[in-house]
Design a protein around this ligand. Structure first.
Ligand SMILES: [Zn+2]
Length: 139
């Protein structure tokens, strides 16, 4: 059994049987980051028990696709260059829209919970949210 795992990890005297170089590391890092986004999304969905796409999903998607694009350009592989050439655009756009949405939020004057700008009352404590976005001063 130990021999089996040793053979799996050190195949032909190479780690996982791969001819490692800086470019292979870039490609595998891209693969790992790109795959991790599914784990992050799945975890968030299981935790909330509803389909959720957390902001980390878009960060992992953006970073993973750029790493894989870099690797595919290095390999001059037209199939993978085409696959990743424009994939990063919707990921970046989703991050921009998320940031715009976050910037439009304001803190509740009572419990400090961040609430969407369109909300008139705090979802946590029910306090009226100041329409100007400034904190109300109590006397
Ligand atoms: Zn509140």
């Amino acid at each position: 059994m130990t021999d089996f795992f040793h053979h799996l990890i050190w195949y032909h005297d190479k780690f996982l049987g791969v001819d490692w170089s800086v470019w292979k590391a870039v490609g595998w890092l891209g693969n790992t980051v790109f795959f991790t986004r599914f784990m992050v999304q799945w975890y968030a969905t299981e935790k909330r028990r509803q389909v959720v796409i957390p902001v980390m999903f878009w960060w992992f998607s953006l970073l993973g696709s750029l790493l894989l694009l870099t690797y595919s350009i290095h390999k001059r592989d037209s199939v993978f260059i085409c696959a990743y050439a424009v994939a990063w655009i919707p990921y970046l756009r989703n991050l921009m829209i998320h940031q715009r949405h976050e910037n439009a939020r304001r803190p509740c004057p009572e419990c400090r919970l961040s609430a969407p700008a369109s909300q008139n009352y705090c979802g946590q404590c029910g306090a009226r949210l100041n329409p100007s976005g400034e904190l109300e001063i109590k006397h």
